[in-house]
Design a protein around this ligand. Structure first.
Ligand code: HEM
Length: 151
């Protein structure tokens, strides 16, 4: 065991606590952004409501969603490294699901930019459906971490 791992292993519970806090902030944003997109498709391009939604989306992405995702990744990878979780099946499945979540994050970030240019072409129905995907991923991720059904 190298000395960095030995040092960090004293703080696993603290790292876990901050990991979960960052997860809460990231997921709050991942659940709320697509809801804002639903509202955004229902207002006229150029209206004051549309301009306000652009600002809300931009701020949510910049202030909450991007920084918390970075914190989740840094803290989560530190945990995997220090605990050796990367060798376990539950972690490997969780990792795939988290990569999918991060891809969805990228899609939401590009959607914020598309709305900002008044260039959205997708329907209300599309955003209503995509709104459910983060929660489906959360179900899988939390079951992997807590229940570890596959060991
Ligand atoms: C971004 C990449 C992520 C990595 C690399 C990662 C990795 C980890 C690791 C290694 C642990 C420690 C598990 C243990 O040994 O007890 C952990 C804990 C946890 N993770 Fe993540 N995680 C990530 C993202 C997420 C996400 C997106 C969620 C939820 C949607 C999540 C939810 C949790 C929860 C609830 C715990 C606490 C489990 C406990 O109480 O022991 N993680 N994570």
């Amino acid at each position: 065991m190298n000395s960095a791992v030995m040092f960090l292993s004293n703080y696993i519970d603290w790292i876990k606590a901050f990991h979960v806090m960052a997860v809460i902030a990231w997921m709050a944003g991942m659940l709320y952004l697509p809801r804002l997109f639903v509202y955004h498709t229902e207002v006229a391009v150029g209206s004051p409501e549309s301009e306000m939604l652009k600002q809300m989306e931009h701020r949510l992405l910049r202030i909450i969603v991007n920084p918390s995702m970075i914190a989740v990744w840094i803290l989560g990878l530190t945990l995997a490294w220090v605990t050796g979780a990367y060798e376990d099946t539950w972690f490997q499945i969780k990792f795939v699901l988290v990569v999918l979540m991060s891809g969805l994050h990228g899609f939401f970030a590009s959607t914020v930019k598309r709305f900002a240019r008044d260039a959205n072409t997708r329907s209300t129905r599309f955003y209503r459906i995509i709104n459910e995907v983060p929660f489906l991923l959360i179900i899988g991720i939390v079951i992997m971490v807590i229940v570890q059904p596959f060991g």
